[in-house]
Design a protein around this ligand. Structure first.
Ligand code: FES
Length: 98
């Protein structure tokens, strides 16, 4: 599937380029710009980045689980809430003080 319409880059090309870069750089974080350069292109409008970044992160998990949708690469912890509700740091402090 074509992900970047400006440069006509497919998701498969992005995954393969990200994997090559990751392997060549000892597992360091791969950026969209680096992947585009690896493919001999440069970003133009940047509109595809919202789709490019998750594809690159699929490669970064290294176990293929993100590629199948089994696990999000940066999933937030489920027990944390915002606004002083149960599970927040404030609520935990109250619990531990009692
Ligand atoms: S769609 Fe990828 S740079 Fe424009």
């Amino acid at each position: 599937m074509i992900v970047c319409s400006c440069n006509v880059i497919t998701d498969k090309e992005l995954r393969e380029a990200a994997a090559r870069l990751r392997e060549a750089n000892g597992g360091s974080v791969v950026t969209p710009g680096a992947v585009f350069r690896e493919l001999g292109h440069r970003p133009r409008c940047g509109g595809c980045f919202v789709a490019v970044v998750p594809i690159i992160h699929e490669v970064e998990t290294g176990d293929g689980s993100a590629a199948t949708g089994e696990k999000a690469p940066f999933e937030a912890p489920k027990d944390v809430t915002v606004g002083g509700k149960a599970g927040s740091t404030k609520a935990r402090k109250k619990e531990s003080a009692t």
